[in-house]
Design a protein around this ligand. Structure first.
Ligand code: NI
Ligand code: MN
Length: 225
């Protein structure tokens, strides 16, 4: 079974295997994507790392459309904007926990950032034997080294590199070294001038670890063999 990972611009990522998982689906007024999200494939799980607009995006609309389960930190999942919506099943969890749903394991990891409702977070998603880490918005922190120890070898790490609100390329390359993922993909850069970054520089700084740039809309396939 392979898992298709599609970068949808900014911090939005779609994982498609036996289930479809979308993370931080920000499309409306996202200058980096023209993704026709209304035509997105059926989604089973919508994960939101924190309550900033560029991460919540169309999470509620997508969850409503598909009757998908929305997973976020407790205070965001129970906030009226999410919890009072018909056809949205919101699951609140917290850092250190793992939620299992239809064969998908979602673990919530820390993020060094801010949020209005609850703490900011990242996710490790285990889908069809592939382990994908989405860091959310974060600075680098040494406990990133614990993530593969706790949850197992990472196949993909999606790391913000845009600076200003999150890690810059240099800090994110250090994060990649702590995480030791088989592959690292830069996200959360060049959406606006304030988070301008050179992803090629990031790829260089990650060496000898493998990093790959995906353009918005571009996919890679993860195969178990
Ligand atoms: Ni943020
Ligand atoms: Mn952000």
């Amino acid at each position: 079974m392979s898992v298709k990972v599609t970068f949808l611009g900014h911090a939005a990522v779609l994982l498609q295997g036996s289930k479809s998982v979308i993370i931080d689906p920000f499309f409306t007024n996202n200058p980096q994507t023209t993704y026709p999200w209304q035509q997105a494939p059926q989604i089973d799980l919508v994960l939101v790392t924190h309550d900033h607009f560029d991460h919540v995006g169309q999470a509620v609309e997508l969850a409503k459309r598909d009757g998908a389960t929305l997973v976020a930190i407790h205070e965001l999942a129970t906030s009226p904007a999410v919890a009072d919506q018909a056809r949205v099943t919101a699951v609140g969890m917290n850092i250190g926990g793992t939620y299992r749903h239809q064969g998908v394991a979602i673990s919530m990891t820390p993020a060094v950032h801010s949020a209005s409702r609850g703490s900011p977070a990242g996710f490790v998603v285990e889908l069809d034997g592939q382990r994908i880490y989405h860091a959310g918005d974060t600075a680098v922190f040494s406990d990133m080294a614990l993530i593969p120890k706790l949850f197992g070898k990472l196949d993909v790490a999606l790391l913000p590199i845009g600076g200003h609100y999150v890690m810059d390329a240099k800090q994110a390359a250090l994060a990649a070294k702590l995480l030791k993922s088989k592959l690292t993909i830069p996200i959360h850069y060049n959406t606006w001038p304030v988070i301008a970054a050179d992803p090629q520089e990031f790829v260089r700084l990650c060496r000898p670890q493998k990093a790959q740039i995906l353009r918005p809309g571009e996919s890679i396939n993860l195969d178990s063999n």
